[in-house]
Design a protein around this ligand. Structure first.
Ligand SMILES: [Fe+2]
Length: 358
């Protein structure tokens, strides 16, 4: 096997029910530098999660009704600069689902690097180390807690792309399954199966990495236990299992396949949340991923999660064109799944038929 890319993982994590209680001590250790802390909290938890705030700290509620856009990140960054009056925070804490975790990562990069969010959409564009950051996921499955990217939509360029950089990786995680008890069931499912998706896309792809393969296989096994096992998908054991699967799967999430590009097109045009968009994408990819497509249908059925058809029914030609462009632009994962000839395999007619079948 060829030598792998030099790989960075999250250096520290705490895992377990009520691990969140240790956040205060971790933030205190950083505040010792004299600078305040900057908290980003999912607006869902606005009044229900007490935070270890101290004088001078800032708390920003992140709107997660849509996925973070480059414009939204610029607004958050400008607001942080104004609030901190030119100082840098001692640390940034992101508490929430993938959108909040990714927003906190993006702001941490932009506070130490000049320019706008879209300047850093791509690979290895971040030049200066980011602000120290602590991630606290409250939803499991995206792998955002341990990935080296922060996915941002850019409507102007019709793409969904993150700041892929070692500087984007969290310095510390608190993985507390108790924080996921209040997740609505469908959202738990759609987000959880994101782990299943990016792991099988990786295993079925052409880019190989021995460690990623093992991590992917392990995470897929845990997802099968959760979504096809005898217990309820949201019992305490499975809440913990899902957090572990998301973390392990997140380390393997770099090499997606055909699901994620089509999902990205759906998110750009229909503003579907990522996990749900993945599910619609896989629902029409039975010929590319027959085994996983069948497993996925079983998972939907066992957990009584509906995926009603017709989401692209009333779209205009222009919207269909955007769906096509927003999907086919993702050259790297499509090549991973289908080879260099992916544009003729997934040609426009075929892709249009797929969207119409959703
Ligand atoms: Fe994903």
């Amino acid at each position: 096997m060829a030598v792998t890319r030099n790989t960075k993982n999250v250096p520290y994590y705490l895992l377990g029910f009520n691990a969140f209680e240790q956040l205060g001590a971790l933030v205190d250790a950083k505040r010792a530098s004299g600078a305040p802390a900057l908290f980003y909290l999912d607006h869902f938890f606005k009044d229900s999660l007490p935070l270890p705030l101290k004088k001078g700290d800032s708390l920003i509620h992140v709107d997660t009704s849509s996925e973070p856009s480059v414009e939204y990140i610029d607004i958050l960054t400008d607001a942080a600069k104004e609030e901190l009056k030119g100082r840098l925070p001692s640390c940034i804490i992101g508490i929430g689902g993938g959108a909040v975790l990714d927003s906190a990562k993006a702001v941490a990069n932009l506070l130490t690097n000049p320019g706008k969010a879209e300047d850093y959409q791509g690979w290895e564009l971040v030049k200066n180390p980011a602000i120290y950051k602590i991630g606290v996921p409250t939803l499991s499955g995206t792998g955002a807690e341990c990935s080296r990217t922060c996915v941002l939509t850019n409507m102007r360029r019709r793409l969904k792309l993150g700041m892929n950089s070692d500087f984007t990786v969290y310095d510390q995680l608190i993985l507390d399954p108790a924080l996921t008890r209040t997740v609505p069931r469908e959202q738990f499912f759609f987000t959880g199966v994101d782990t299943f998706m990016h792991c099988f896309e990786s295993l079925r792809g052409q880019y190989r990495n021995v460690i990623v393969d093992r991590l992917s296989a392990t995470a897929i096994g845990i997802c099968k236990d959760i979504f096809l096992g005898t217990g309820d998908m949201m019992n305490d054991q499975n809440l913990e299992n899902m957090m572990v699967a998301s973390y392990i799967g997140g380390m393997a999430a770099g090499n997606t396949g055909a699901v994620h590009p089509i999902s990205a097109g759906l998110s750009i045009v229909l503003h579907l949340p990522h996990g749900k968009a993945n599910c619609y994408a896989l629902s029409v990819l039975a010929d590319v991923y027959p085994e996983e497509h069948a497993l996925f249908l079983e998972m939907l059925d066992k957990n009584k999660v509906p995926l009603p058809a017709g989401i692209c029914r009333d779209l205009t030609n222009e919207q269909y064109e955007s769906l096509y462009q927003g999907s086919i632009i993702h050259e790297k994962p499509l090549t991973n799944a289908l080879g260099p000839d992916y544009k003729s395999i997934l040609n426009k007619d075929r892709l249009m038929d797929m969207f119409k079948a959703m």
